[in-house]
Design a protein around this ligand. Sequence first.
Ligand code: GRF
Length: 205
Amino acid sequence: MTLLRLGVLASGRGSNLQSIIDAGKAGTIKAEVAVVVSDNPAAFALERAKDNSIPGFCICPGDFTDKVEYEREIVNILNKHQVELVCLAGYMRLVGETMLNAFPNRIMNIHPALLPAFPGLHAQEQAWEYGVRFSGCTVHLVDGGMDTGPIILQAVVPALGTDTPDTLSARILEQEHRIYPEAIRLFSEGRLQLDGRKVFIKSHP
Ligand code: GRF
């Protein structure tokens, strides 16, 4: 059985990375994390990579003349590890043309709100401040915008009167850990079909 090779980009604690690693190990997705790349040397995601014997690299944007050079280095690493699908998991940068062109419609992201509501930073807090009754999370394909790409999966999480941004974030995170591996599974089974900005999920062949 061949496993889909994933490259995960993460800037922080890496709990979504962990959920993807775990799903691969459990066999619920036919995919394996082939490499982890971070822009932050202190990212706990790099520790998780090490603990799971996955090659991990820190590529600091400050070491490059511009974003093109920075992303070229990331693309080199991803290609060296024969990555087929790139998963952004708490990667705190906008993806540029260099990566988009290297992996067309093969970059996914997870966002902690029901897009197109509350894109950008601190989405859970934005939703809580706004007073929504429901929020959630979204897995989408990445384009050049900020959380604007075609939506693959969403999960709805009720916002309770007793919630704080932290309690709401924690319940959203549980759903993130469920739908990100699920989206990867659909991709690995060749079941995602893009039509314009709509993603259709094909039934099993
Ligand atoms: C998650 O809430 C994800 O939706 C957002 O950044 C956070 C990353 O968390 N894009 P983690 O590093 O995966 O724990």
